[in-house]
Design a protein around this ligand. Structure first.
Ligand code: F6P
Length: 326
């Protein structure tokens, strides 16, 4: 029997497909292990306002296939202040919640880390973000579904790009990381990807054009990762219009549709494995760790490492994209 009688669960930051599968697995695994579960609504905000409900197994029925998060989510500024966190701690005491499972990205885990240290409070995090930018896990919950969405959208844009012989710059999300842009480009057969990790080192646009973009094709698709470093698809397109006026250029920003939709099988399975692992971790008295997956194995990654913004991109993939698009 666990020392924890009641755990709280919340989703915070940008929603990601597969969060519901994770909520379901955490809830059911906690109940299976004899704990009570309380769902906290709207991320850390719910801890401050007390928007909390006890979850039974039925509360998480019929949600594994749904995108978004049934617990809602928010980016809570109050939780960034000591007063806000104190209020959150008081709510946890009042609700008799002994440990938390938080699902989200970098901001969520950063908040969890500060709170756990400040109040010596046990927290286990699950990596829930389409950006795949958390260190210590091969993939994050929502990333695979978002990649598939990008691939489907690019397939559609290709029809019109090739009909008009146009050069399309398609902007994808990723915050400051290029995982979605690079793998999205490979998956959709795009000609190139412009990503922040490389923009710092070289001028990807002129390289791309010098390498002979469109020499063997009439239309081209380039995925651009959103970021100040890449200047986004609009910035890149403006530069092309100035420097290479013979190209017929168009821009599409995929935006929030990348966050929606029913999670892929891979995201559902991974979220379920990670959700069960979160409860295992608490039972093993692990705290202040993120559950990750490395080479198919569950691992515990200290918050401090997960959020350091150092997840490397596999540079071989750039070459693979280049070779496969000549
Ligand atoms: O972190 C997920 C993400 O979708 C990023 O890719 C994007 O930069 C950001 O969230 C957008 O946030 P919001 O939904 O608050 O505009």
């Amino acid at each position: 029997m666990s020392t924890f009688k009641c755990i709280g669960i919340l989703t915070s930051g940008g929603d990601a497909p597969g969060m519901n599968a994770a909520i379901r697995a955490v809830t059911r695994s906690a109940i299976y292990n004899g704990m009570k579960v309380k769902g906290i609504y709207r991320g850390y905000k719910g801890l401050i306002t007390g928007e909390i409900e006890e979850f039974k197994t039925q509360n998480v029925s019929n949600i594994i296939q749904r995108g978004g998060t049934i617990l809602k989510t928010a980016r809570c500024l109050e939780f960034k202040t000591p007063e806000g966190r104190k209020q959150a701690f008081e709510t946890l005491q009042k609700e008799e919640i002994d440990a938390l499972v938080t699902i989200g990205g970098d901001g969520t885990l950063t908040g969890a880390r500060i709170f756990a240290q400040e109040f010596n409070y046990p927290i286990v995090g699950l990596p829930g973000t389409i950006d795949n930018d958390l260190f210590g896990t091969d993939v994050t919950i929502g990333y695979d579904t978002a990649l598939n969405t990008i691939m489907e959208c690019v397939d559609k844009i290709r029809d019109t790009a090739s009909s008009h012989d146009r050069l399309f710059f398609i902007e994808v999300m990723g915050r400051d990381a290029g995982f979605l842009a690079l793998n999205g480009a490979i998956a959709s057969g795009a000609e190139a990807a412009i990503i922040p990790e490389i923009s710092k080192e070289q001028d990807q646009l002129s390289d791309m054009i010098e390498f002979g973009l469109r020499t063997s094709k009439n239309s081209s698709i380039v995925l651009v990762a959103e970021s100040e470093v890449t200047q986004g698809a609009i910035g890149v397109a403006e530069r092309v219009k100035k420097e290479y006026p013979n190209f017929d250029v168009r821009v599409t920003i995929l935006g929030h549709l990348q966050r929606g939709g029913s999670p892929s099988a891979q995201d559902r399975i991974m979220a379920t494995r990670m959700g069960v692992a979160a409860i295992d971790a608490l039972l093993e008295d692990q705290r202040n760790v993120m559950i990750g997956i490395q080479n198919e194995q569950i691992v515990y990654v200290p918050f401090s490492k997960a959020i350091r913004n150092e997840k490397p991109i596999n540079r071989d993939l750039l070459n693979i994209l280049h070779i496969s698009s000549i």
